[in-house]
Design a protein around this ligand. Structure first.
Ligand SMILES: Nc1nc2c(ncn2[C@@H]2O[C@H](COP(=O)(O)OP(=O)(O)O)[C@@H](O)[C@H]2O)c(=O)[nH]1
Ligand SMILES: [Mg+2]
Ligand SMILES: [Zn+2]
Length: 302
């Protein structure tokens, strides 16, 4: 038997995984011993790097799952020990997509997606689609985000404006699009990956139903290199709960001030000598972003 070869899991169904190895996709079994290992996390998900052995010419077996750099996951609440539900391993970036025109941008929701990305250790990129509908007073909010370090890409699936920017952001990385229904995610993905031919009739998207009812999690290879993650759970991202104690660290612009609060466990909502509140009053922190922090905090306490 030859040395196991390293590959990337691009599809995972029970007992079998599709692994991309040197540009080809091969179906593999999971080695029985791996399947039976006691676990609190999924053994093998899309984005995992694995070692594949070839005991005979017809058989490919995943013999090892390599350690994950990052895991994009959610906790499965319920009885017994909490279980981690990993949606994508080694996800590099989240393209948080909104648009000009309809539906209108909700910065609270944008901030929620950004916070989730920070919490998961994934790089967020803000995509503003339908740039063809951009009005002259539509862009004031962007500078606050760019100052924090979040790039904002103006694009249009309708005219093709800025699509090259997205293509270069996606190159050689594992990425996923998130955002509300109707902003044009499917339209953008169809431009980037025409072979996928996603349904852009947004009615079917609204409830996650429609043509693709039995969708499994997959990584789609991009023509210029890299992969686009498509997993049903990503759609529910906006409803994920966040641990309140982690929240202030998910607003990177607070980092600079946080250490100067008088109280070590300052919630930055009512305490005296709170450096964050002082910075909001002095104009160093965007008041809208601070408002998002306060709201998300109330929500995670509820
Ligand atoms: N004007 C304009 N309309 C767009 C653009 N991209 C998508 N749309 C329209 O927006 C609607 C929703 O698009 P869709 O891709 O289904 O959004 P999704 O729900 O985020 O996947 C469709 O009617 C599209 O034709 C764009 O760049 N400009
Ligand atoms: Mg869609
Ligand atoms: Zn404080």
């Amino acid at each position: 038997m030859t040395e196991p070869i390293e590959g990337l899991v691009v599809k995972s169904t029970s007992g079998f995984v599709d692994v991309a190895i040197e540009g080809q996709v091969v179906q593999c079994r999971m080695r029985g011993r791996l399947k039976n290992t006691p676990r609190t996390t999924d053994i093998c998900v899309i984005g995992d790097r694995v070692k594949v052995a070839c005991p005979d010419p017809q058989t490919r077996v995943v013999v090892e799952v390599l350690p994950r750099k990052t895991r994009f996951s959610r906790r499965q609440p319920g009885r017994g020990p909490e279980r981690e539900d990993v949606l994508v391993a080694n996800l590099d970036q989240l393209l948080v997509t909104f648009c000009y025109g309809q539906p209108p941008l909700k910065t609270r929701l944008l901030d929620r997606f950004l916070v989730i990305a920070e919490h998961q250790g994934v790089e967020p990129v803000v995509v503003m689609n339908k740039a063809d509908l951009r009005g002259s007073d539509d862009s004031g909010w962007q500078s606050a985000y760019e100052a924090i370090g979040y790039p904002v890409l103006d694009v249009s699936a309708a005219t093709g404006e800025g699509v090259g920017l997205i293509t270069s952001v996606l190159r050689d990385k594992i990425s996923a699009f998130v955002g509300p229904s109707g902003v044009g995610k499917s339209s953008l993905i169809n431009l980037i990956l025409p072979s996928l031919d996603l349904n852009t009739a947004s009615i079917s998207d609204h409830h996650g139903k429609g043509r693709h009812t039995t969708r499994v999690a997959s990584l789609h290879p991009l023509p210029a290199g890299g992969f686009l993650a498509d997993t049903p759970g990503i759609r529910e991202l906006a409803t994920w709960a966040l641990p309140v104690e982690d929240l202030d660290r998910c607003f990177p612009e607070l980092d600079h001030y946080r250490g100067d609060c008088a109280f070590r466990s300052c919630s930055h909502t009512h305490e005296p000598q709170c450096a964050i509140i002082e910075a909001v009053n002095a104009g160093g922190i965007d008041p809208e972003r601070y408002e998002s922090y306060v709201r998300l905090r109330e929500e995670s306490l509820a």
